[in-house]
Design a binder for this molecule. Structure first.
Ligand SMILES: Cc1cc2nc3c(=O)[nH]c(=O)nc-3n(C[C@H](O)[C@H](O)[C@H](O)COP(=O)(O)OP(=O)(O)OC[C@H]3O[C@@H](n4cnc5c(N)ncnc54)[C@H](O)[C@@H]3O)c2cc1C
Length: 295
């Protein structure tokens, strides 16, 4: 691995915090414009890394690898490629990991991914593929020196029977080589703190970085929350409903909530923040400013 001034673990182990921004591969030229505009505006914040999602069902495999490689070659940022088990044999997964390594990408977020029918549909693995994310972690770690991240779910994974199982699964990911975890978005700081406490009591020592999604659109929030099984606090929804006709007021309120949550999380000892940017820079920049983190 090259000198990893930006490695998540190095930064946190040295007493620092890790800040990261997540993007998704756009489908249109206009979307590509938004993505690169967001990347360029967020670049001066010098996050620990930026990550690129792997589309549902592995549908964006080539574009995910391409954008992650472009970030590695054309920006000063450290990219992390996401990788899921969906629809891929072990040989195909090995090919994607090799493509990341060729592009100089040494951070990988190892995920199972959602079934093609959505997060709550029954999971069926691909013949010759892998069953769970902990297997993918071990698979990647045997292929080279990667810093491997994994997903965690403070509000419980939508298809999991219990939070206890999720905690055991997180521990298994750590035992098989994961360096850090990033969480699904959530809206109650206490939910994250309770989850971290529970995970630590079960032997999880790797950092669990909270995922922050500044809300910019109420219908989209409700769709995402339903898919991910994330509860939306009633008072928060009432506040959004009051400004629902004013898109800029929704964005402002989303920033206010994200800033308040982020400050409380860092104050409570969270090892950093992972922002779901939705390929926009405005809200993340504003939260950074509110937290006094702008360089
Ligand atoms: C930060 C973050 C980024 C994400 N990025 C993407 C992305 O780029 N692309 C994408 O498609 N999805 C992404 N997701 C969503 C994720 O792929 C789904 O939530 C998926 O359903 C679970 O993935 P996982 O890696 O947690 O799987 P797993 O850890 O395999 O868990 C999946 C389910 O199986 C259960 N389980 C796991 N191991 C075992 C076991 N050994 N025995 C029994 N049960 C087990 C778990 O409890 C859970 O219910 C992301 C999620 C997060 C939090």
């Amino acid at each position: 691995m090259p000198a990893t001034r930006s490695s998540v673990r190095e930064r946190i182990d040295a007493g620092g915090r890790s800040f990261s921004f997540e993007f998704f591969p756009p489908k249109t030229p206009e979307g590509t414009g938004h993505l690169w505009d967001a990347i360029r505006r967020l670049e001066p914040l010098q996050p620990t890394l930026v990550s690129v999602t792997y589309g549902a069902g592995g549908t964006t495999r080539d574009r995910t690898v391409e954008i992650t490689a472009q970030i590695a070659h054309q920006t000063t940022l450290t990219p992390m490629g996401h990788l899921t088990c969906v629809g891929s044999t072990a040989a195909e997964l090995r090919g994607v990991v090799a493509a990341y390594a060729d592009a100089g990408v040494h951070h990988v977020l190892a995920l199972r991914g959602d079934p093609v029918g959505g997060p709550q549909a029954p999971w069926t693995s691909t013949p010759g593929g892998l069953e769970h994310a902990d297997e993918l972690v071990e698979f990647i770690s045997r292929l080279g020196t990667f810093s491997i991240g994994v997903a965690a779910f403070p509000d419980k994974h939508p298809s999991s029977p219990s939070l206890d199982l999720d905690v055991q699964v997180l521990k298994a990911k750590q035992d098989r080589g994961a360096d850090f975890a990033m969480t699904q978005f959530f809206f109650e700081v206490e939910t994250y703190l309770r989850f971290v406490d529970r995970a630590q009591r079960a032997g999880v020592t790797m950092p669990i970085i909270p995922g922050i999604m500044p809300v910019t659109n109420v219908a989209q929030l409700q769709r995402f929350a339903q898919l991910s099984g994330t509860p939306l606090p009633g008072p928060m929804i009432e506040q959004f409903d009051r400004v629902a006709d004013d898109p800029q007021a929704v964005v402002e309120h989303g920033v206010e909530i994200a800033s308040t949550m982020s400050a409380a999380l860092l104050e409570a000892g969270a090892p950093g923040l992972h922002f779901y940017t939705l390929n926009r820079s405005f809200s993340t920049l504003r939260v950074y400013r509110d937290l006094g983190l702008t360089v």
